[in-house]
Design a protein around this ligand. Structure first.
Ligand code: TUI
Length: 308
């Protein structure tokens, strides 16, 4: 397939893997890149030097381009911004903030910059700041989310900017990819489906929760904090929602959720972990090698596009 995103990144398929904190490490990123997509190592809240090591490990597994996601609320965001410039990774995606202050540093290092935007205003700002593309992320996504849906957000961002738009949120198969191309996207980002990749090293309990999830099994917690987060419905996440209704303070909420992503992904701690996933978790049915996932998705896209 050829789109502005395959051209921009030098990849076979217009697919970026989601940058999922504690999930997207070198094995998964390299597997997705080797499959013809663009793998991503997620910085999350990790110290920058640890991510430098992840970059080196990914380079040992693939000679294809891959990127790093920088979660801008991380205390290590400034350090990681410098590390990715030093390592000259192919591209950077950003989340949970405005990466404007890093743009010059990254452009000078020859890095392609692709910020996640939850709305039109930030998309326009990012275009003016020199972003190469934007990821328009709908509220169907896992993790920290905006309000608008992929279906409504993507065409509005496409109309508002001239740089390529990548659609994210709620896409888990070829039908979703084809739909997003119809909305004007030049590529897609998929996270949740890759939780079930063989090369994804998360705890078995996490994979099992995603495989078992039905359409109603993702819920959003933390709206009242200004940082809503979508994840698997568990006793823990239902408890958080109840605590919100009971008037828990933002500080108490923070205390309950600190470290919860690691507890989910690494420890598989059902009682205290936040198992983030998108609203498309109900479409994830089996564990597969990343290459099979990518091939299956794009064979279906080709079939669907031929039918019109
Ligand atoms: O960042 C994500 N997803 C994430 S980050 C994360 S770790 C975390 N956990 C709890 C609270 C906060 C973070 C888990 N999942 N996706 C990209 C994304 N970016 N979604 C929404 C945004 C976003 C929101 C507002 C980007 C920019 C923005 O506005 C910034 C501004 O200053 O205008």
């Amino acid at each position: 397939m050829k789109t502005k995103i395959t051209e921009l990144l030098g990849i076979k398929y217009p697919l970026l893997q989601g940058g999922m904190a504690w999930v997207s490490e070198h094995n998964l990123a390299a597997a997705v890149s080797n499959a013809g997509g663009a793998g991503i190592i997620a910085g999350g809240n990790a110290p920058a030097e640890l991510i430098r090591e992840e970059i080196k490990k990914a380079r040992a597994l693939t000679d294809k381009p891959f990127g790093v996601n920088i979660m801008l609320m991380s205390p290590y965001a400034d350090d990681l911004a410098r590390v990715v410039a030093e390592e000259k990774v192919a591209f950077v995606t950003t989340g949970a903030g405005n990466p404007g202050k890093f743009m010059e540093q990254w452009k000078n290092a020859g890095i392609k910059v692709i910020p996640v935007v939850p709305g039109v205003a930030l998309a326009k700002r990012m275009e003016r700041s020199g972003a190469d593309a934007v990821i328009a992320e709908g509220t169907e996504s896992g993790g920290h989310i905006g309000e608008n849906t992929t279906m409504c957000l993507v065409p509005q961002v496409v109309d508002a900017v001239s740089i390529p738009v990548i659609a994210a949120g709620g896409i888990a198969d070829g039908r979703g990819v084809a739909a997003c191309l119809m909305l004007g996207a030049e590529g897609v980002q998929i996270g949740t489906r890759f939780l079930a990749a063989e090369e994804c090293k998360i705890h078995e309990n996490y994979k099992e929760l995603v495989l078992k999830a039905k359409d109603t099994d993702s819920i959003v917690t933390g709206r009242f904090t200004g940082h809503p987060c979508r994840g698997v419905k568990t006793k823990f996440s239902r408890g958080l929602l109840q605590a919100e209704k009971d008037g828990i303070s933002p500080e108490e909420f923070e205390n309950l959720t600190v470290g919860a992503l690691k507890k989910a992904a690494i420890d598989g701690n059902i009682a205290e972990g936040s198992f983030l996933c998108g609203a498309a978790a109900g479409m994830v049915e089996k564990i597969q090698p990343a290459e099979e996932i990518v091939k299956e998705i794009f064979e279906r896209v080709q079939e669907l596009l031929k039918a019109y």
